[in-house]
Write a protein that binds this ligand. Sequence first.
Ligand code: ADP
Ligand code: MG
Length: 992
Amino acid sequence: MAMETPREREIAAEDSIKVVCRFRPLNDSEEKAGSKFIVKFPSGGDENCISIGGKVYLFDKVFKPNATQDKVYNEAAKSIVTDVLAGYNGTIFAYGQTSSGKTHTMEGVIGDPNKQGIIPRIVNDIFNHIYGMEENLEFHIKVSYFEIYMDKIRDLLDVSKVNLSVHEDKNRVPFVKGATERFVSSPEEVFEVIEEGKSNRHIAVTNMNEHSSRSHSVFLINVKQENLENQKKLSGKLYLVDLAGSEKVSKTGAEGTVLDEAKNINKSLSALGNVISALADGNKTHIPYRDSKLTRILQESLGGNARTTIIICCSPASFNESETKSTLDFGKRAKTIKNVVCVNEELTAEEWKRRYEREKEKVARWKGKADKLEAELSRWRQGETVRPEEQVSLLEGPADVTTPINVSIEGKLDDSPMPATPGGGLMMGSLSNEERQKLEEERERLYQQLDDKDEEINQQSQYVEKLKEQMDEQEELIASARRDYEQLQQEMNRIQQENESAKEEVKEVLQALEELAVNYDQKSQEVELKNKEQESMTEELLAKQVALNNTASELQQLRDMSAHQRKRIAEMLANFLKDLGEIGVAIGGESNENLKVAPPESNGKLEEEFTVARLFISKMKSEVKNLVQRCQGLESFQVDCNKKVSEYEKDLAECRLLISQHEARMQTLTESMKEAETRKRGLEEDVDALREECAKLKAAEQVQAVTNKEKAEEKEAATKMRVALEEQMDQLRDAHQKQVAALRDELSEKQELISELKDLNQKFTLAHQQMQADYERLKQEEANKSVKLQELMLLNERREQARKDLKGLEDTVAKELQTLHNLRKLFVQDLQARIKKTINAEDNEDDGGSLAQKQKISFLENNLDQLTKVHKQLVRDNADLRCELPKLEKRLRATMERVKALETALRDAKEGAMRDRKRYQYEVDRIKEAVRQKNLARRGPSAQIAKPIRAGQHHLSNVNAIRTGNRENECKNAFIDENKRIPAALMYNGYA
Ligand code: ADP
Ligand code: MG
């Protein structure tokens, strides 16, 4: 872009790369390990040299461990801000071994005013500068953030871009093609972008420390400005690079795949070293920028158009001495590199025209000089000697020849320290302009092709990456499917084996079952028989049971009866004993102690009782004898008594007769008495009547006396008569009274007699009754006694019988004993005889037969034993088998089920495998299709929306600026580069 003109050549000045060196303090682990601080800083104001082990290194600036971030920024990086804003390119990169402070220096702690590093300070400064600049300037700031790991560029703002390629723009300046560019309008936005990039970086890797020490992180700030008044456009690119650790691989102990990684890391770093060495050498014509992506990106920064500052980060520890030295050597070499810096200005059409004219003149001048030189050369070749005056001065500029020639707009390339065409400058001289142009074109074309190829490679590698990922996935899928399949196969084998074994088992089980079935049939037949038997038995048993029940009830009855009887007997016995006792008492008169002592209720102990009874009985016997005697006596006495009774009865009859007589007499007497009474009554009635008559007469007499005095005579007569009558009456009364008294006396006598007789009679009746009762009682008693006697006799008889039986038994026992004794004797004799025999036989040794027999017997016995054992065993086995049978059946069933389940599982597994295969096939097809589609639909980069910021305004006001109208044009302008890049992509597509 920068076509150099004489005026610009003044601006484009040679500029050495600035190298500053920063030592960090000893860290904790170094201090712990006792590492020494080996770096010496010169005393005094000199701050640009150090010495290690006597070797002195000179840099643009040396920062001591205590140097603050602010100091480092101000003295090493600050100037780059103004450069970038003035249209220069700038680069700051930190070089050094791991943990020497590169990240600390570049990034620090973003947001911390003291600890923040160069990047955040630069960002803040850029914006602050812009805010302080003229108002007619409009800025467009874009940032990109990517890392280089294993020589692959990974976009940290778009994780899908894992392998970006480096292209050259129209000015042959390499740039990372396709890297995400974010337009930013404030420092905060930049920090957000940085944060985003860092977090993406963290996500992608497992060990961040290791990763960051092996990858280069590149933060690119692209500043474009336009003067809205004169349309002057400036642009500046600022690369801020935190390089990978510069230490040797051996020190980090990388192995295996990591070693591969380390080689790649070292590749880019060693390429950097090579580039720097080649540049430092000065004589080298070829600079191997293309050896790595890092060097390609930094191509412009190393020996190109950029203000570059390298910050050498070192550890002061003795432990790191060699690394520190090599780092310092790297810095020393880099310090010699010269860059050619110029302002990147986009020129207007008029400016271009002017420059074109100027260039034309210049070319014409050069052409003239070249012609002169060619003429001189031909003269020299012809053997002429050209005089010094005639010689063309090589030091002079071109003569003022104004022959127009073709203009190359690649002025910069001519000044480049890297002659791009093979053959060098000397060859150029012999080439014609046309040839040169052709060659240039050829080279251009080739580079273009190279870039295209690069791009293609990038695309392809990205696809390859994606495909690889997909392949990995697929492989994993396949592997898992295979694993599954293998597992399933194994499972199937196992299942089949199981199945086989199960089948065998089943067969065995079936055999066993058959056997068992046969056995079972036999057994069932047996069982049937047994059942029948059992049934009959049960019937019998039932009958027996019934009988038994009957018997039992009978027994119970009998028992009850016997108990009752016993009770009764006991009672009876007790009564009997009591009676006996009583009898004894009655009989004996004097009290018999034994009899009295005998407790009638102690029937618990029969024997005692019996002894007592026996005693009683013996007593009784004698008593009975006595009784019998007495009975006899009594009988005779009774006979006598009877006689007497009969006599008495007779008397009684007589008495009765007498009584009846008396009663009859009494009756007559009472009758006579009654008669007398009636007579008396009658007499009394007569008396009464007479009295009445008397009274009547008296009354009449009186009347007559009163009335009839004359009748005195009569009266006298009457009186006389009456006296006579009265006398008569008195006599009669006396007689009558006498008679009544006598009768009354007689009556009372008779009455007395009657009562006496009555008494007597009563007495007799009573006596009779008494006698009768006594008689009855005695009769009863006698009957009782005779019964008892009979019972006793019976008992006695029984006892006698028992005694006899016992005797018989004793006899039999004695006989048995005798026979036993005899037998024993016989046995002993036999034994003795046998022993003798055996001894004899042994002596004679002719007992082969008996021995054989014995053996045979023992053998047979053994056999029998064994047979019985076997029989028992068989019986037991049979029982066991019967127990086992249901279990086995169950097992068989379970096995069948398992077999079925396994078969279904197998089927499922096969189906699953088929499905997996289909899915896999489908996936592969899909991927193929996708790849094809992508190959077809390759497109150029898409447009982005610019966020222009205007100088002299605070960034917040930019929002307004965006809204103020002709934004679209500005945006378009901002994308001129992008749009100009498109044809290359299109060409690529056509090429593809
Ligand atoms: P590198 O990026 O080179 O691997 P770091 O920047 O991560 O190393 O630094 C390693 C450690 O040393 C960090 O913890 C950092 O804070 C510390 N450190 C580095 N330089 C300095 C310094 N100048 N002053 C204080 N601490 C430092
Ligand atoms: Mg680091």
